[in-house]
Design a protein around this ligand. Structure first.
Ligand code: SAM
Length: 312
């Protein structure tokens, strides 16, 4: 069975990118009256503690979500200049980042940042009563935790937790009854075949339901398969005649380094991206503003940057 547990990674820079984009997409999709179905093919446990053992062991949220919180709470020190002292201020967040921070804050007591919502809770929070959410999670422990977390919401049949393979399970639901859907595909890529399965799932989904919105997260690591994902998705979307958008965020160099003893240090996850097919028309402008701000605040070295490509 898999060893990946999202609890170690909750609130990291990849979650910041993915969840900011997810919220921006959903805000747009719930504008139309027709019911929406959202599929989260790799759901995780749903809710995480940033003060729990998993998160504290990895410390990844400290370089992700908690950095944004730190930037807004502690303005940079006052810079003395030859003229009047310049008072550095907390960042003026772009609207989609502010929306993300507000939504995470709504899961916490005022001023506290202990709880971090995963994609299932972020999505559910933005749905209307008539919308539906289908969550796939294969890991037995996380599926059980997810079911228990969702049960607390008391939303009945609005949300279904399926302990199934999300790549395969999606097929039987497409096209959805009201022909409006968002599919979030966020695998752990722990198994090398996930890269090809993502592309195969999207190819199949576009055949079944070409007008859906698809959001696929991928890591940008030193592995050819990882770089193939956005390249192949671009080809699929273009062949299907669909608009697409590809947003990526790099927080540090992907180069291996060595410590004083000559031991090789791997950079961890230096960058990630999210590829959207049939994106809302509002997303491009929202991300043109937000991505440079994320790159600047989440930078771990001078290689930090962001990129946005799209075809309409
Ligand atoms: N989407 C979640 C979020 O943003 O909060 C995080 C998901 S995590 C990156 C990926 C999850 O997929 C893990 O919990 C893992 O157990 C699960 N998983 C791995 N392979 C799967 C599969 N074939 N079908 C469904 N879930 C799978």
């Amino acid at each position: 069975m898999f060893s990946y547990r999202h609890a170690f990674h909750a609130g990291n820079h990849a979650d910041v990118l993915k969840h900011t984009v997810l919220i921006a997409i959903l805000r747009h999709l719930v504008h139309k009256d027709t019911a929406l179905t959202v599929f989260d093919t790799h759901a995780g446990a749903g809710l995480y503690r940033l003060d729990g053992d998993y998160a504290e062991t990895s410390g990844e949220a400290a370089d992700g979500f908690l950095r944004l919180i730190g930037a807004q709470a502690k303005p940079a020190p006052v810079v003395e200049t030859s003229s009047a002292p310049t008072k550095a201020t907390a960042p003026q967040w772009t609207p989609v980042i502010q929306d993300y921070l507000d939504l995470v804050a709504s899961f916490n007591a005022k001023g506290s940042h202990k709880v971090y919502p995963g994609s299932p809770f972020i999505i559910q929070r933005l749905l209307r009563e008539r919308d539906k959410l289908k969550l796939f999670e294969l890991h037995p422990t996380d599926a059980k935790t997810l079911s228990a977390n969702i049960a607390q919401l008391e939303v009945g049949r609005q949300v279904a937790v399926l302990r199934e393979d999300g790549f395969e399970g999606l097929k039987k639901f497409l096209p959805p009854p009201a022909r409006r859907a968002l599919v979030l595909c966020d695998p752990s890529y722990e198994v090398k075949t996930d890269y090809a399965r993502v592309v195969a799932m999207i190819a199949d989904s576009l055949q079944r339901f070409a007008t859906g919105t698809y959001a696929i997260w991928y890591p940008l690591i030193a592995r050819p398969e990882a770089h193939d994902v956005p390249r192949k998705l671009k080809t699929l979307a273009t062949k299907a005649g669909k608009a697409w958008l590809n947003a990526s965020l790099t927080v540090k160099s992907s180069k291996l380094t060595t410590d004083e003893a000559g031991v090789v240090i791997r950079p961890g996850l230096p960058a990630s991206g999210i590829f959207i097919i049939n994106p809302p028309h509002t997303l491009k402008t929202a991300l043109q503003l937000a991505l440079p701000q994320l790159a600047s605040i989440l930078a771990q070295d001078r290689h930090a940057t962001s990129a946005l490509e799209f075809a309409t």
